[in-house]
Write a protein that binds this ligand. Structure first.
Ligand SMILES: Nc1ncnc2c1ncn2[C@@H]1O[C@H](COP(=O)(O)OP(=O)(O)OP(=O)(O)O)[C@@H](O)[C@H]1O
Length: 267
């Protein structure tokens, strides 16, 4: 089954075409990577798919419906979640509170929005009022279950910013899982990781794919991770798709080698 299809999506910023006529097809259960040199248009592609940008041209189909031009929260509701290049945790809050808030945001976005700006202390005050208690208890239980599944339960009372970098990344992914996605987009999950953290991450991504029945689409510069984990790879260069194929095909593709090295092997 096709989980995500983009039909010639293009994003122009003034005179710059950041992504040109991108055609992706991602099937249920696949792990697909999007790679390319800096500035190739990878994050712009993610931003179109997740509703941050409306494509200048083209269509995006998710599951059996079109999502082109929908707002990010509407797309999240349909079952898509993402992480960002820069870790975006509530750093002063515990692991549990980070997941709890993400669950809450998903289930009770109205309450959260109504509290607005400096939301957290007010938010906590409000949710312990009797009328919220039952739902909050369920969300708390769900948060515990999620942390159990991703192996972070023993760290639930630790502050997010006290965790090693690799664990913070895992927590960010766990937070994205709180919205019950079918498709998870990861923007450079291995960025800044040491080799051990990188290996752990690769195992972790495989594990959550199984555990949560996910389809995964990731941007990654770390080639070992990409080649190790991906079923298929799309390669962008200056916004143009220059190759698509298995890890073996991509590693041996002359155009890809040129794009990365700036020179052909036999030049
Ligand atoms: N909001 C924007 N306004 C104008 N130009 C933009 C905007 N967002 C991205 N660009 C440009 O679009 C091109 C593609 O950028 P993008 O961030 O998508 O590349 P990338 O492949 O994700 O790069 P990196 O690997 O460095 O993260 C770049 O030339 C960038 O400067």
């Amino acid at each position: 089954m096709t989980m995500l299809k983009t039909d010639h999506i293009t994003m122009r910023f003034g005179g710059l075409t950041a992504v040109k006529e991108l055609n992706l097809q991602i099937h249920q259960g696949e792990i697909i990577a999007l790679i390319g040199p800096n500035g190739a248009g990878k994050t712009t592609a993610f931003n179109m798919i997740t509703g941050v940008y409306k494509p200048t041209e083209g269509k995006i189909i998710f599951g059996d419906g079109e999502i082109t031009g929908l707002k990010p929260h509407e797309i999240t509701k349909r079952g898509m979640a993402r992480t960002f290049q820069n870790i975006r945790l509530f750093k002063e809050l515990s692991v549990l509170d980070n997941v709890f808030i993400a669950n809450h945001l998903h289930l009770k976005s109205n309450l959260f929005q109504s509290i607005g700006g400096k939301m957290y202390p007010d938010f906590l005050g409000k949710i312990w009022e009797p009328k919220y208690k039952k739902e909050e208890k369920e969300i708390l239980e769900k948060s515990h279950m999620l942390l159990e599944k991703v192996g972070l339960i023993d760290l639930r009372y630790e502050k997010a910013n006290s965790l090693p970098y690799g664990v913070q990344r895992k927590l960010e992914i766990a937070r994205a899982l709180a919205t019950d996605p079918k498709l998870l987009l990861l923007d450079e999950p291995a960025a800044g990781m040491n080799p051990k953290e990188t290996n752990d991450l690769t195992d972790f991504i495989r594990q959550i794919r199984e555990e949560f029945d996910l389809t995964i689409f990731l941007i990654e510069h770390h080639m070992q991770v990409v080649m190790d984990i991906s079923n298929r790879i799309y390669v962008l260069d200056y916004g143009v798709t220059i190759a698509e194929g298995s890890p073996y095909e991509i590693q041996n593709n002359e155009r890809v080698i040129q794009a990365y090295l700036g020179v052909s092997e036999d030049a």
